[in-house]
Write a protein that binds this ligand. Structure first.
Ligand code: AR6
Length: 207
């Protein structure tokens, strides 16, 4: 473990389970936001009340991007658990904007919260769909006594959401719904996205 940076300033490595460049922001008196660079499939805090969020699709049976990395690290039991999530329509286990939870199996984190962000080009309410994906991930987390949660940049890969707009939705929604959790993390794979998130967090969270 290394030193953590103070609120919103500079970057000391502290996400030593697979990431680095952690910056800490206050969300409330009891909740902090940490923005990390790294691979979300390696993230954990305590291995029992922690969850990573998988940016999945409505079928919930795997895919590319972070979804692929998460399934690979979790092992085949994760796919089995996803198959057991009931379909709400033929081929749809998790409609856009909703969230479902499974165990983490071989992942270092104890749980996976699967959510589905909007496809930017075709979702006419992309911002509200993205907000719902974050909000419903929090609802599922709280219902399952999760205290630590890590999000990737939902919809910013295959689903084509512009980074700046996504960062505004992500950070403002986290600010609104993070109560009852101890730590909310973003684990961002790309330098560009990490930098956009940091800038937006400074704008929205620091005085
Ligand atoms: N850790 C953290 N972030 C990652 C990782 C990782 N290991 N790998 C990629 N990213 P995407 P979406 C970043 O495409 O846009 C899948 O096929 C990536 O750089 O994973 O919501 C699903 O099955 C990007 O910034 O998710 C769906 O079909 C962010 O994670 C579809 O893609 C999200 O990119 C969902 O698309």
């Amino acid at each position: 473990a290394q030193m953590e940076s103070s609120a919103g300033v500079s970057t000391a490595p502290s996400f030593d389970n697979g990431g680095d460049n952690t910056t800490v922001f206050p969300l409330s008196s009891s909740t902090v936001l940490k923005i990390n660079k790294g691979d979300i499939s390696k993230w954990f805090v305590d291995g029992s009340s922690d969850a990573i969020v998988n940016p999945a699709n409505e079928k919930m049976l795997g895919g590319g991007g972070a979804d692929r990395a998460i399934h690979r690290a979790a092992g085949p039991e994760l796919l089995d658990a996803c198959y057991k999530v009931p379909e709400v329509q033929p081929g749809v286990r998790c409609p856009t904007g909703e969230a479902r939870i499974t165990p983490g199996f071989k992942l270092p984190a104890s749980h996976v919260i699967h959510t589905v962000g909007p496809i930017y080009e075709t979702d006419r309410n992309a911002a509200s769909s993205l907000k719902n994906a974050y909000r419903n991930s929090f609802t599922v987390a709280k219902d399952n006594n999760i205290k630590y949660i890590a999000f990737p940049a939902i919809s910013c890969g295959v689903y084509g959401y512009p980074y700046e707009e996504a960062a505004s939705v992500a950070i403002s929604t986290v600010k609104e719904f993070a109560d009852d959790l101890k730590e909310v993390h973003f684990v961002l794979f790309l330098d560009d996205i990490y930098n956009v998130w940091l800038k937006k967090a400074k704008q929205l969270l620091l005085p």
